[in-house]
Design a protein. Structure first.
Length: 64
């Protein structure tokens, strides 16, 4: 291996590392967004269900 080939390989590896780094960040963001969307869907479904049943159908919160 010559010094020239080592210098040529280093930037390529650096670029690959940077791409992999940003792909990891992108994947984590997508995962976070999908989990947040899932929680939002569950919350909306819960409120829709409560709206359909009407007030005071949750017996643990019922005063009388």
């Amino acid at each position: 291996m010559t010094v020239g080939s080592t210098d040529a390989d280093a930037p390529r590896n650096h670029v690959i590392d940077v791409i992999a780094f940003y792909q990891g960040i992108w994947a984590r963001q997508q995962d976070c967004r999908s989990r947040r969307a899932k929680r939002t869907r569950q919350t909306k479904a819960r409120w829709k269900c409560k709206a359909r049943r009407g007030p005071f159908t949750d017996h643990s919160m019922h005063i009388n």
